[in-house]
Each structure stands twice: as C-alpha cells, then as structure tokens.
Design a protein around this ligand. Structure first.
Ligand code: PRP
Ligand code: URA
Length: 209
C-alpha cells in the first residue's frame, strides 16, 4: 500500500528548524542535511524485509532476523540530493548509488535533465530517491519518470521540505510511490520557492552564490 508520511519526530523538526535559519553556514547545513537524511531513512526503511538466520551466540544458537538481501539503490537528484546520500548510506552501506542531474529553469521553473546514471539491474532494486526540496514537484516527477522508464517500480521519494503544491502534483502523477517528507510547508512564492522554506538547498549545501 503506497503512502505519504510526514515525519513528526522532534529531532527531525528541530534539525529542520536549524536548517531554515539563514545564519546556519555551509558546514553546519551539510551536517544537518546528512543527519536528517539518516533519521528519515530510518523511518523510510522500516518495512525492509528480513529473514531468520541461525546465529551462534556465546550462550546458544538462535534464529534471528537479518535483512533479506534486498537490492537497494540510492539515487539523489543533483545537486542538492547529494547532501542526503551519506546519511542514508550510513544505514545501508552496501546500497548502490546512481545519479540524476536536474536543474530548474529560473524563469519557467521547469526541470531540465542533464545527467542520468543508474546502477545495474535497477528494475530489481528498491530505489531511494532523495532531494531536500519538493517545490512545484517538476524535478521529482521527471526523476521518477526516468527510473520507471528503466523498469523500476519500487521507489521511495524522500524530501526534507515539501510544498503542498509539489506534494499533490507528485502524488497525482505517481500514485504508486511512497513519499517521505520531513515537513510540509505553507505554499510556494511567485518564484516557486517554498515558504517559509530554507532558500536554495543546493546553494546552501555547496556554498555557491
Ligand atoms: C532544487 C531542489 C529540487 C528542485 C525542486 O534544485 O534541489 O531538485 O529545485 O524544485 P521543483 O519541485 O519545483 O522542481 P535546483 O533546480 O535548484 O538545482 P540544484 O540542486 O542544482 O541547485
Ligand atoms: N529549490 C530550492 O532549493 N528551494 C526552494 O524553495 C524551491 C526549489
């Protein structure tokens, strides 16, 4: 059953509030994005399948749950999604990593794809698709289109902040994916920036501008 989850954990909320603060510099911004991604990943991966495996403890042998070899891929939407990769990989270090390059035209706000490299056998994998910001939804919708065109239909999209407009658009265009949001904000402004938001996530992560 596909779902949208707005994460309400106080640790996530606190860290997102620090991200929003315009005084938070590049170093702390990066650290916070990574920590939030890890906390969100913990929630997003709670339905990973496990299997019982026999283990010999110092006391006895026991059948205990272990991840059942599910093939995972983390595919950030460049640039800003890159900031979330390490946090997710700290939970699932053997996941493969792909990249989808996308930028929004500043005038039209339409997404433009410039790069796509996905791991092999993507059709058999669970794909975690992180991007800190879901604004109009255009970038996420196109990234999901790409991954589906390659035959993968098992996708979890993760964003730190979503606008209601983008969330609705993504749900309508791709009703079959799971969506995890750290926070659902108020609206988009005339430049399609999220309000209150945190500004331009890519620029704040990489210190550009
Ligand atoms: C930002 C953000 C998303 C996109 C969201 O990227 O990281 O990818 O905008 O906007 P949308 O929902 O309206 O498509 P941006 O285009 O600024 O590129 P960057 O990460 O390279 O800075
Ligand atoms: N992209 C961002 O980085 N921030 C927004 O608020 C909207 C799009």
């Amino acid at each position: 059953m596909e779902k949208t989850v707005i994460l309400e954990h106080p640790l996530i909320q606190h860290k997102i509030s620090l991200l929003r603060d315009e005084r938070t510099g590049t170093r702390d911004f990066r650290i916070l994005v990574s920590e939030i991604a890890m906390l969100m990943g913990y929630e997003a991966l709670r339905d990973l399948p496990t299997e019982l495996v026999e283990v010999k403890t110092p006391i006895t042998t026991a059948k205990v749950p272990m991840l059942s070899g599910k093939k995972l891929a983390v595919v950030p939407i460049l640039r800003a999604g890159l900031g979330m990769v390490d946090g997710i990989l700290s939970l699932v270090p053997s996941a493969k990593v792909g990249h989808i390059g996308m930028y929004r035209d500043e005038e039209t706000h339409q997404p433009h794809a410039y790069f796509c490299k996905l791991p092999k056998e993507i059709e058999d994998r669970l794909v975690i698709l992180p991007d800190p910001m879901l604004a109009t939804g255009g970038s996420a919708i196109e990234a999901v289109d790409f991954i589906k065109q390659k035959g993968c239909n098992n996708i979890k999209f993760m964003c730190i902040i979503a606008a209601p407009e983008g969330l609705k658009a993504l749900q309508e265009k791709h009703p079959d994916i799971d969506i995890y949001c750290g926070c659902l904000d108020d609206h988009l402004n005339e430049n399609a920036y999220i309000v209150p938001g945190l500004g331009d996530a890519g620029d704040r992560i990489f210190g550009t501008k």
